[in-house]
Design a protein around this ligand. Structure first.
Ligand SMILES: [Zn+2]
Length: 115
């Protein structure tokens, strides 16, 4: 990932996170004073917005298996809860993650790239 692309990506992530926070804050401001049903609606909207945010982030990334070279996507769960490896691969400055490769059928290290 080159610098400009990485910067654009960071702006995009910030925009999405801000939009998410706006939905939660504005939703809370109008829905919470309504009481029980309003609070329930607010929780559902917030969880849905968070789910959409995670799905978007997961779908914006591709994982390239270092064993077989195949490229695949991962679930939102893996995207959020599996930490990145704190190392640089092949001098390209790519992040990497241990993921389950659907082609090798095992956990392997994968380089993370954007679409
Ligand atoms: Zn593989």
């Amino acid at each position: 990932m080159d610098k400009k692309k990485a910067d654009n990506r960071l702006v995009k992530i910030l925009a999405y996170v801000l939009a998410f926070l706006m939905i939660v804050i504005v939703g809370g401001y109008f829905l919470l004073p309504l009481g029980g049903l309003g609070a329930l609606a607010w929780i559902i909207i917030s969880v849905y917005a968070l789910f959409r945010l995670v799905r978007w982030h997961a779908s914006a990334l591709l994982y390239c298996c270092t064993e077989c070279g195949n490229i695949y996507e991962v679930s939102g769960f893996v995207d959020v809860f599996i930490p990145y490896l704190n190392e640089r691969n092949q001098g390209k400055g790519n992040a990497a993650k241990i993921t389950w490769c659907p082609y090798c059928k095992k956990n392997t290290k994968a380089d993370v790239t954007t679409k």
